[in-house]
Design a protein around this ligand. Sequence first.
Ligand code: FAD
Length: 456
Amino acid sequence: TRAVVLFTSDLRLHDHPPLRAALAAADEVVPLFVSDPGVRRAGFDAPNRRAFLSDCLADLDASLRRRGGRLVVRDGPVAREVAAVAAECGASEVHMAAPVSGYAHRREERLREALGAGGVALHVHDGTVTAVAPGRVTPAGSDHFAVFTPYFRRWSAERLRDPLPPPRSVRVPGGVRGEPLPSRDAVPGVSPDLPEGGETAGRERFLRWARSGMPAYEERHDDLGGDATSRLSPYLHFGALSAAELVVLARERGGPGAEAFVRQLCWRDFHHQVLAARPEASVRDYRSRGDRWRGEEDAAEDIAAWREGRTGYPVVDAAMRQLRHEGWMHNRARLLVASFLTKTLYVDWRIGARHFLDLLVDGDIVNNQLNWQWVAGTGTDTRPHRVLNPVVQGKRFDPRGVYVRRWVPELRDVEDARVHEPWRLPADRRARLDYPEPLIALSDGLARFKHARGRD
Ligand code: FAD
């Protein structure tokens, strides 16, 4: 008997329920990845993610080859290609991760239809992309949790499976046609410091960080200069690491750092269950506040300054430059720059979210859009009108200016006390710095925001 395993957002061999089930059911298995032109057209195929994806596929193929198998890559609409592969190898079943986004649900429906026509069964497996499947825990009277803390309580009580070991061997039937693997080197426009993708690199990073970073994560995760978070988000985005497995491994280690890390992984599941229940929240306000955001037409210069990291607020500029250089940004910095764009410049959150998706290697329709909404106050934040002050936040989370100086070399020689407020330097020194004046006075931004929200 033969089966196909369709890899989607789960590019790994460890802790992979669809692969495990296929290997239990069939003698020969085709591990398949389909590059869908629909996804590419929708603009989700940004260079940083395409490059990282190429690494993930190459690594998955290498791991399968060590076990006697290989990865088959096809190019075309997913339903058509999977049905064709199943027909080519005579598979009677296809296994894949349960869908967790609107796109993945539509993909599953089309696939089920295409396979049904050929008498091939489709099996979907929960707990592959998220640790706890969306909809698995719900509050009384609703299909999802709208507030994080009660969700976290219920989520924490869920029993997770023991992590599944990778298979020892995978036998792939002959005669299945595949495209050559894509190569990172062929992708233009990649950020210079993009990390290496793939399950092998992800596991190494996790194991290293679990020893060196996790114990102090609780105290240090907001330290911008210390850069003390796990940086596992791109591996989680592509499923090169299993969120469920990381929760189990972190809990085994225990301690406040591990607990804080597990809580962050829960945020990922939390957003997934919101978007699974409200797919339209990827483009529309989850909770409308009657905002009349400024768009590209009336805020073009502000938006350009924000994107390019020349707002005149050092911590904001540092963060935006980090994003361009690494395809990644620290969480505290994401909060700050998103608050600055939406609440100080009062620009539509979708414009910021789009820019993030163009550059973030972990850029993810679920986590990106819902975090943007959280910050913009149109999402699940229980304090939707809070505004983060970039000077106060900079002094608090980058007190020595380490982060600012790393990314804004114009301010390298400015002393700690002024590095977040270079406009307060004596005029002659200020004039010698090749660094812009603040784009807007924070008090003006705040007044406009309060007025817009009807809170003045
Ligand atoms: P760690 O602090 O080590 O956390 C561990 C893991 O927990 C992360 O890898 C991530 O998978 C998860 N996590 C942590 N915080 C969050 C959160 N707030 N929401 C969801 N998951 C979380 N994360 C993405 O994965 N993709 C995105 O596109 C994305 N866009 C964001 C946009 C904005 C405006 C904001 C404020 C946050 C966004 N985040 C996004 C969440 C968070 O900033 C990143 O997951 C985190 O910075 C990744 O770094 P890390 O792996 O070192 O995180």
